[in-house]
Design a binder for this molecule. Structure first.
Ligand code: PNS
Length: 162
């Protein structure tokens, strides 16, 4: 099998956090191209419309990564089909701890079973271990300060929610 040049960083990104951005940036040190794939997770009720999620990731990406990272949304599709569509041989995911691993492992094994696509797990930055989109939204909703955990455009979008 030819080694892959391109990976997919999949997720709901509802909204993107500094935890996601750390994993995307580190994926560019391993792969020539990174496709950030914004997918619907049937287990989660969405907060932001998908085009807004795409825009927030694009705005938050550092300029130096812009030509090697593209952000796209996909609907009603398996992640393995997204990988085929964009010709990516690997999926990159961040792990904050054992709970993430327990959630991610069956998906990684299923994706491998379906098409042979590999999943690469990166150890999340320990300083961001507590950061998830859902916790950020909840804390912000009740007036907590999440400004160090999300990019400025996400903070503004959270403020708009009220
Ligand atoms: O950020 P999330 O919500 O943890 O991301 C989960 C996501 C969207 C990557 C996962 O639900 C997914 O891969 N959805 C696409 C549909 C699919 O392929 N499901 C089978 C996974 S084995």
């Amino acid at each position: 099998m030819t080694p892959t040049r391109r990976c997919v960083c999949p997720g709901s990104f509802d909204p993107v956090t500094h935890g996601h951005l750390d994993i995307i940036a580190r994926a560019t040190t391993l792969f020539e191209e990174v496709v950030v794939a914004i997918l619907h997770n049937p287990a989660k009720r969405g907060t932001f419309e998908v085009p807004r999620r795409v825009a927030m990731v694009q705005q938050a990406l550092p300029q130096e990564l812009a030509d090697r990272v593209r952000v796209e949304s996909f609907g009603g599709q398996l992640l393995v089909d997204v990988c085929r569509q964009v010709d990516a041989g690997a999926i990159v995911k961040g792990l904050r701890g054992g709970t993430d691993f327990a959630y991610e492992l069956p998906m990684a094994l299923m994706n491998k079973h379906l098409t042979g696509v590999e999943t690469v797990f990166l150890a999340g930055d320990p300083s961001l271990e507590h950061v998830s989109s859902s916790l950020v939204k909840e804390v912000h909703q009740y007036g907590g300060d999440v400004s160090a955990l999300v990019p400025a455009e996400v903070l503004a979008a959270l403020d708009e929610l009220g």
